[in-house]
Write a protein that binds this ligand. Structure first.
Ligand SMILES: Nc1ncnc2c1ncn2[C@@H]1O[C@H](COP(=O)(O)OP(=O)(O)OP(=O)(O)O)[C@@H](O)[C@H]1O
Length: 512
């Protein structure tokens, strides 16, 4: 496929607000794509680079290069050139990168140059693109959208499914089955502002404690246990005590969903930083496990004894979980049959907070397990509200922070796939965080004027704040009060960050 086609469709998809039109545009594009184009076309449409980080020749990006008159670049050729760019290293690498980017830009038409610049600087992120792409793929190939969605959850990747569909047609979807040992995309939650609101929305529901640890999916097949994160990374080697716990359960083959968390001697949860530090450490695992042991606490069962439970309602999946997993290894919960049980649900939340946890997740008892945030069958309620924002830039620090990138410029997503800056913060950072962010942000730098370093918007950071106030200095017309960093969210992509729209909806007091 020619890049020009992709650039054009990408522009049209971003420009239209109508979901049905976006789907039609993508379906047309997929009809023309070959299966081998898919690994490039899908991330490019979403504004992602399949290579992840590549050291771009930033100087060239800022300097105009005369465009080609006629389109000739194919998407696969662009991808190959960018892979080459990522491999450049050693002395003279900056000049070599500049040469490669210059050549690429010189072969691109004006529209293609615009597209490439957006892609390389990461300024455009089509948040909901993957969901729309699923529908577009279904339309292009005559498959049922629900079947495509399920296959994506089971394969853990839209690209894998798209390739199979475009290469072999809808029959290929049968191949994607729930298999013990192969991780699937986890089900995610929406937010509710109170327990009452959540129970009213969902009707019969379970109210479960929300533990502030690391999400894990645990697969056991006989003597083999595999542990995966929310992003499907395999972390089995780092958590021997979780493997031992899974081997101690009375089933031979199962897939369980839960959270790992570290408790102190009194049984109270340790800070998220302690749990995350432990789960993140790869060296001297035995010593780390001795110092900060973690416990798995499960809340769902996806497969037991070779039976796929995904389409069962939650109360039936939970009954299977309860048969397999004893009490202390399951999250605490209470069941509410409807609004009349709201007082009991509120007591459960208060009790959970008193025990040191962050809130509750309210779950519809009749809902199947479905990946992503579709359907809103899980609603989280957390009294301390935080935002997931994207770092757009950072300022060089002063005094004790000289040489460190400190004051962060924070952005929320806008409907056109861009980001609007909401404010800045240099608060809440530990020294370790400062060192880490300086290094990471330098890798993402697009421009450095000696004061502010503008970066590819890739890093998601969780921010606590005391409220919003109106401000004409910021593009959304509002800014955060007392923003401070809680933690980096490396498990989230920028297209999962909070939107300006949702933020304003949550703060009617500042709406114009
Ligand atoms: N009982 C529970 N049921 C479901 N998820 C739970 C539970 N306890 C803790 N969690 C955690 O809460 C998350 C659900 O919230 P969500 O889908 O919004 O993800 P998130 O953005 O990572 O949430 P947050 O930042 O609020 O932890 C899960 O991914 C899981 O890690």
């Amino acid at each position: 496929m020619l890049l020009t086609r992709l650039a054009q469709v990408s522009r049209e998809v971003a420009a239209t607000a109508a979901r049905s039109r976006k789907i039609e545009l993508l379906a047309e594009l997929f009809r023309d794509a070959e299966a081998d184009d898919v690994p490039v076309v899908i991330p490019y449409l979403a504004g992602r680079l399949p290579q992840g980080r590549i050291g771009v020749g930033w100087k060239v990006l800022g300097r105009p290069v005369p465009p080609a008159d006629e389109p000739s670049l194919t998407v696969r050729e662009v991808d190959a050139r960018l892979t080459g760019l990522g491999k450049v290293s050693g002395p003279g690498s900056q000049a070599e990168r500049t040469r490669i980017v210059g050549e690429l830009m010189g072969a691109a038409t004006e529209e293609e140059q615009r597209f490439l610049r957006g892609l390389l600087t990461g300024e455009v992120r089509q948040g909901a693109l993957d969901a729309v792409a699923v529908e577009g793929l279904a339309r292009a190939t005559g498959a049922d959208p629900a079947d495509v969605r399920r296959a994506v959850m089971l394969a853990g990747s839209l690209q894998t499914v798209a390739q199979a569909l475009l290469g072999e047609g809808p029959g290929s979807l049968d191949r994607f089955r729930l298999t013990v040992g192969r991780p699937v995309l986890p089900m995610l939650a929406h937010s509710a502002s109170s327990v009452a609101e959540a129970v009213e929305k969902l009707g019969a529901c379970a109210v479960e404690e929300k533990l502030d640890g690391i999400r894990v999916q645990v697969h056991r097949d006989g003597d083999t246990v595999r542990i995966h994160t929310r992003t499907l990374d395999d972390i089995t080697g780092r958590l021997p005590e979780v493997t031992a716990a899974a081997l101690g359960l009375p089933g031979e083959r199962f897939i369980l969903d839960g959270e790992v968390i570290s408790f102190d001697a009194a049984g109270r949860p340790r800070s998220f930083q302690e749990t995350a530090g432990r789960v993140g450490s790869r060296t001297d695992v035995a010593r780390a496990a001795g110092q900060t042991p973690v416990s798995p606490v499960f809340f769902d069962a996806l497969s037991v004894d070779g039976r796929d439970l995904l389409d069962l309602p939650f109360d039936e999946r939970h009954a299977e979980l309860a048969r397999l997993v004893p009490e202390p290894m399951r999250v605490r919960r209470t069941v509410a049959s409807g609004p009349r049980d709201i007082p009991e649900a509120e007591r459960f939340l208060a009790d959970t907070l008193a025990r040191g946890h962050e809130g509750v997740v309210v779950k519809a008892l009749d809902a199947p397990y479905s990946a992503g945030r579709r359907g809103a069958a899980w609603l989280k309620v957390k009294p301390v509200h935080t935002l997931d924002l994207v770092v757009l830039a950072a300022e060089w620090g002063h005094g004790r922070r000289t040489g460190r990138l400190s004051n962060l410029h924070l952005g929320a997503r806008t409907p056109d796939g861009g980001f609007a800056m909401l404010g800045k913060t240099f608060k809440g950072m530990t020294d370790a965080m400062l060192a880490w962010q300086t290094e990471r942000l330098r890798e993402l730098a697009v421009e450095d004027n000696g004061w502010v370093v503008r970066v590819r918007p890739e890093l998601v950071v969780e921010i606590a704040y005391d409220g919003l106030q109106r401000s004409t200095r910021y593009p959304a017309g509002v800014t955060l009060r007392f923003a401070r960093v809680v933690r980096y969210r490396e498990d989230k992509r920028p297209e999962e960050a909070d939107t300006v729209e949702a933020l304003l909806a949550a703060h009617p007091e500042v709406s114009p």
